[in-house]
Design a protein around this ligand. Sequence first.
Ligand code: GRF
Length: 200
Amino acid sequence: VRVVVLISGTGSNMAALLDAAADPAYGATVVAVGADRAAAGLARAEQAGVPTFVVPFSEYPDRDEWNRALAARIAEFAPDLVVSAGFMRILGREVLRENTVVNIHPALLPAFPGAHAVRDALDYGVRVTGATAHFVDEGVDTGPVIEQVVVRVEDGDDVATLHERIKTVERRMLVDVVGRLARHGWALNGRQVKLGGAPG
Ligand code: GRF
């Protein structure tokens, strides 16, 4: 299974996928890593010899044009699956029509969607939060849930300490989910998932 990973930042989740994919038995290969900006994580992909591309959001007149450009770059790598791993942009119809996309989110959706999930969970005062992997639809952090892992909020946590604890489980969850999808297809948790580009 050919995977394109999209990142905006550090790319530690992407790096975990690269490490897992080094084993041929894993079932998935990262064929490219793309970003919407000069993301720090691109260097890690380059070191691993994985092609990278940047479609800078700021260089397009509007979201639709940017989405079309992104869809075209993704299509060059003919992926079976696109993974949004800390990609901080909303993917539009142009990308979603042609690709099955999995996103990871640092909260237990549908709680705390959006770009500030860890801060919002802390501000609310929840005692447990976690990480979610889900298929992407046109909403913000909506779409069928694939997997969730619970993380406890500890006394004295701030955004950085809580996010780091979540990211540790997030990386493991992402590696597990992508491996499962690669080896077993898109049927999940006893439900058949029908999405654009999804076999079956
Ligand atoms: C992850 O927690 C992801 O869910 C969030 O941003 C973080 C990305 O971390 N939206 P990294 O770039 O994979 O290290």
